[in-house]
Design a protein. Structure first.
Lengths: 191, 592
């Protein structure tokens, strides 16, 4: 499926400055990967605004460290590793920072206004149900499952992104699939 | 944990979906699937799952993503900012659990600066008159000379008009003959508070609201692991990553020095401590403000503080903590040392080359202990190892740029149960601090309308500088003599806060006390901070214990200082009438 892309990195700024090799390389990187990275992060964090922020930070970091990428480095794995780490940082931070509303103190004992599980399943689109199932996975399970099934990476490539051995990725991926199978079942998908 | 007999094959099934099987594994899996219905079911489920995942809807990124990245790349900021310096990003799109708040234990307040507007005391002062040097400094000949910058204090002129104090005279314009309107004051931008009931302490973030409405909590950090006791001092590291604070340990007469990580490391660097983690640096006898200094080095790499050992008759020494280190390091082992101020290196932005360490004695003295970034912290004897000496100077408290100091001068005495306090002649002085040779020049008594001598002196006081290098606050001023304020005014008054500016030629006078009515009745000032704009004070006041075992209570007050007949404007930032609110710490580098 073609992935809709953002506005391209663009050449005007590059042209004005003369075509610096790194600039051109980064422009190519951005145009090729910004949409897939955004979608990967979106599935990781489940929020489009956060995904945009994380994608933005990912490419800013990538720009600053572009000269560390050698020919031997898998650019794609490197970029996904930055995105993964940035998303993990964000998720860790948000575990520490719990939002509060205007009248937060009174929220503590407020009944959950959301519909019950069955009603949610009935009312949700397939996409929402899958996202909800994903969100119940442990972060490392979610990462490797997304890298495998959404990004179509091999175990070796996933290992490059997550800093794991080939064997560790295979074990982790199997456990992630088992966990996801149960989560999808809870969302009404047949086992 | 036991492994079921299908588990090895489930891993093979999983690996087969991404082509990660060897030929041998493939043959082994195929043979097993021919005979195992359970594994065939797993295979089908995993296949279906992969089909579902790969069919997830693709979402277009924001169309301005490239522009945002370019802005970040060219601006060089954003991604490295601590989370609470970018609240709009941090809190965007968050949904989820909410937590109860029942008290506030520590507050950080970020003020919205107005750099384009003139600030009080922001004018360029004239060259100072004939510098003197009552604080003789002896630099070690073997050491590199300290760094220098031009003097900035105006000539002392206690009779100057209040107008001059608001806009100090500049060489080009001279003093204004009429009062100049005070520019509009900023409101608090974000309010961060360590909050919670005694069993659920947490760092809270509050957002500002229009004047008159209560502050709104918008986020909460996880619970600190340290015991929950009222904080009585707090300082934020210049990089915004760390908060040092002193917690009062009930009625034990002891304090505890702690450091908490309050922001993630920049650029995704990993750290030993997570946001909310607290490390306890030691316990100290809780007596005078001299023991409550929390001095961050300009590069945030070190915290200097003083511990008075409760097991050694209150002997005090200086300790250094490097964030993320497992243990603090002892800098002195002499029993009468106090951490005063880091000395910034003007040639190396963000670095300090040494620390002023004061030795309490009948005749106090201060020394510069050399301690540059990267230097190993070793125990030193300031008297022998110091590279500069300032006799008759105790606890020089420097502005962040190191150019101005308030220090104590006079005799000292060790009181039972209290420790070292100033005695006869004890008085704070305002002076320029020469970064080249460590001398204090152009000095003058801080309180310009006070007669300090045999009839009365200060034992101690709390002192803090604003990050603007001009505004300062004095509180908890322990005056020994009779009032010098006439029939109707207690002066000096230990219950009030004195708010001055170094560039005010009048110095500090009885008129610089904030309005008496600003402070709730019977409260005592715990801490006071002058805002980075030099226009506000944030004052923490504690209420007396009720005697019915109610938890301790303190309020945090935001005070906009006015002069003449115009009353100060005070807002109580506490969000309810119970619990502990404050102290405050400002973010000097707020960029939002």
């Amino acid at each position: 499926m073609a992935v809709p892309g953002p506005m391209p990195w663009g050449t005007p700024a590059v042209t004005r400055r003369g075509v610096d090799a790194n600039e051109a390389r980064f422009a190519q990187l951005f145009d090729e990967y910004s949409a897939p990275i955004f979608n990967y992060v979106l599935r990781m964090v489940g929020d489009a605004d956060r995904a945009a922020d994380i994608t933005q930070d990912t490419f800013i970091k990538a720009y600053r460290k572009l000269d560390t990428v050698t020919d031997a480095t898998s650019t794609r794995s490197w970029l996904y590793r930055i995105a993964t780490n940035t998303a993990i940082d964000d998720m860790r931070r948000r575990r520490m920072v719990r939002p509060m509303g205007d009248d937060a103190p009174s929220y503590a004992n407020r009944p959950d206004p959301r519909p019950g599980p069955e009603a949610q399943v009935m009312a949700s689109t397939l996409d929402e149900r899958v996202q909800r199932a994903l969100s119940t996975l442990r972060p490392n399970h979610r990462q490797c499952l997304l890298l495998s099934d959404l990004e179509d990476m091999s175990a070796i490539q996933i290992g490059e992104v997550m800093g794991l051995s080939y064997a560790a990725v295979r074990t982790l991926l199997c456990r992630a699939r088992g966990e996801m199978r149960r989560a999808l079942s809870a969302e009404g998908f047949a086992r | 944990m036991t492994m079921n007999r299908h588990e090895p094959f489930e891993e093979l099934i999983s690996a087969s979906l991404t082509g990660d099987l060897t030929d041998v594994e493939r043959q082994r899996l195929d043979a097993h699937l021919d005979t195992c219905a359970a594994c065939r079911s797993v295979f089908a489920a995993f296949m279906e799952q992969r089909r579902i995942m790969s069919g997830l809807r693709h979402v277009a990124p924001p169309r301005d993503l490239a522009a945002r990245v370019r802005t970040g790349v060219e601006g060089g900021a954003f991604a490295t900012l601590p989370w609470w310096r970018r609240p709009a990003v941090m809190f965007a799109g968050i949904g989820g659990g909410l937590a109860a708040i029942t008290g506030v234990l520590l507050a950080l307040v970020l003020l919205n600066g107005t750099p384009d507007e003139p600030e009080i005391g922001d004018a360029t002062p004239p060259p100072s008159a004939s510098p003197t040097s009552s604080a003789t400094v002896v630099a070690s000949p073997s050491q590199e000379p300290l760094k220098t910058l031009p003097p900035i204090l105006p000539p002392a002129s206690p009779d100057a008009s209040p107008a001059e104090s608001i806009n100090p005279p500049s060489p080009s314009t001279g003093p204004s003959p009429t009062a100049t309107p005070i520019p509009p004051s900023p409101e608090p931008d974000v309010f961060i508070a360590l909050t919670g009931p005694s069993d659920n302490l947490a760092l809270m973030v509050h957002e500002p609201v229009p004047s008159g409405e209560p502050l709104r909590p918008i986020a909460q950090l996880e619970v600190f692991e340290a015991p929950n006791t009222p904080p009585i001092a707090a300082e934020l590291s210049p990089d915004g990553q760390w908060l040092a604070y002193i917690a009062e340990l009930g009625l034990s007469g002891l304090n505890e020095v702690r450091v908490a990580r309050v922001a993630d490391p920049p650029d995704g660097e990993s750290g030993q401590m997570d946001v909310g983690d607290v490390v306890i640096l030691g316990r100290s006898v809780a007596t005078t403000p001299f023991l409550k200094g929390l001095e961050w080095s300009p590069d945030s790499g070190r915290l200097a503080y003083t511990l008075a050992d409760p097991d050694a008759s209150g002997e005090s020494d200086v300790w250094i903590y490097e964030p993320e280190a497992t243990e603090p390091e002892r800098l002195t082992d002499v029993g009468n040392a106090y951490a005063a101020s880091w000395i910034p290196d003007p040639d190396d932005d963000g670095a300090a080359f040494g620390l002023w360490v004061s030795l309490a004695a009948a005749e106090p003295v201060s020394y510069v202990v050399e301690l540059a970034p990267g230097d190993e912290v070793a125990t030193v004897d300031p008297e022998e190892d110091g590279i500069a000496e300032a006799p008759d100077v105790f606890m020089p408290t420097l502005t962040p740029d190191g150019l101005i100091a308030i220090y104590w001068t006079g005799s000292m005495d060790a009181e039972d149960g209290i420790g070292w306090v100033m005695s006869e002649g004890g008085e704070p002085y305002l002076a320029e601090h020469d970064l080249e040779d460590g001398t204090f020049r152009n000095e003058r008594p801080l309180f310009s309308d006070l007669d300090v001598g045999e009839e009365g002196w200060f034992r101690y006081a709390g002192i803090s500088w604003s990050s603007d290098g001009d505004a300062y606050a004095i509180w908890d001023a322990a005056w020994t003599g009779p009032s010098q304020g006439g029939d109707d005014l207690q002066y000096p008054d230990p219950t009030r806060v004195y708010f001055g500016h170094a560039t005010d030629p009048r110095g500090l006078t009885r008129d610089h006390a904030i309005d008496e009515a600003d402070l709730p009745t019977d409260t005592r000032v715990v801490d006071a901070k002058a805002s980075p704009t030099g226009e506000h004070l944030l004052v923490t006041v504690r209420y007396p214990l009720s005697g019915d075992l109610s938890p301790p209570r303190a309020d945090l007050l935001l005070i906009e200082r006015n002069t003449g007949s115009e009353a100060d404007v005070m807002r109580n930032l506490s969000i309810n009438d119970e619990g502990w609110f404050g102290p405050a710490a400002f973010d000097a580098d707020d960029e939002d």
